[in-house]
Ligand binder design. Structure first.
Ligand SMILES: [Fe+2]
Length: 125
């Protein structure tokens, strides 16, 4: 049900297409990491307006771990105060298995926007 209200690049159509570039979180991190070694993940939604009446209010970051019985793991939530805080965050992650990072950003006018990035653990599947 909620998936019907989450926008992304893949299912954007009509009016939504014009909002993709400014609302879809950019996920910057290595494609491959070592098991158990912390690495940085940067989430950026800075092309979006940053005004009191219209801004990215928060981003939730999830990890979908390969082979885990219940997914996803919510690894972080970062809230942004309009005008003072840019909608960008760097977190450190440590994973044991390959999977997928999902970022879900919330704009107070245009709802929820997701993007994802596959990440591989060296020597893993
Ligand atoms: Fe917006």
């Amino acid at each position: 049900m909620i998936e019907n209200f989450i926008y992304n690049k893949e299912k954007a159509e009509g009016e939504i297409i014009s909002k993709v570039e400014t609302h879809t979180p950019e996920i910057i991190c290595p494609n491959t990491v070592k098991a158990g070694e912390p690495f940085e993940v940067k989430i950026s939604i800075t092309k979006h307006p940053n005004k009191l009446e219209h801004s990215i209010r928060y981003v939730d970051i999830f990890f979908v771990e390969k082979g885990r019985a219940f997914n996803p793991v919510k690894v972080a939530k970062v809230k942004f105060t309009p005008e003072y805080a840019e909608a960008e965050a760097v977190i450190k992650l440590k994973i044991e298995k390959s999977g997928k990072i999902i970022a879900l950003a919330y704009c107070n006018k245009h709802g929820l926007w997701e993007s994802f990035k596959e990440i591989k653990v060296e020597g893993g599947e």
